[in-house]
Design a protein around this ligand. Structure first.
Ligand SMILES: [Zn+2]
Length: 62
């Protein structure tokens, strides 16, 4: 059995057409205007694009 946590690839970069897990694209950045002082943004680890699309669970596979 693997001890690695299952990593669901749920996000897709429109810019460079790569797929990533949430933890790879999610970045915490300081945001003084946010209630908890930071916000989560999605950014591509490959090309640093913000153009990240969240993939839905397969709902209408054809
Ligand atoms: Zn990218």
């Amino acid at each position: 059995m693997s001890t690695l946590a299952p990593v669901a690839v749920t996000h897709w970069c429109r810019n460079c057409d790569t797929h990533h897990a949430l933890q790879q694209v999610q970045q915490c950045v300081p945001a003084p205007t946010a209630l908890n002082g930071e916000v989560d943004i999605l950014i591509c680890p490959s090309c640093n694009s913000y153009d990240i699309e969240e993939l839905r669970e397969v709902s209408d596979a054809q």
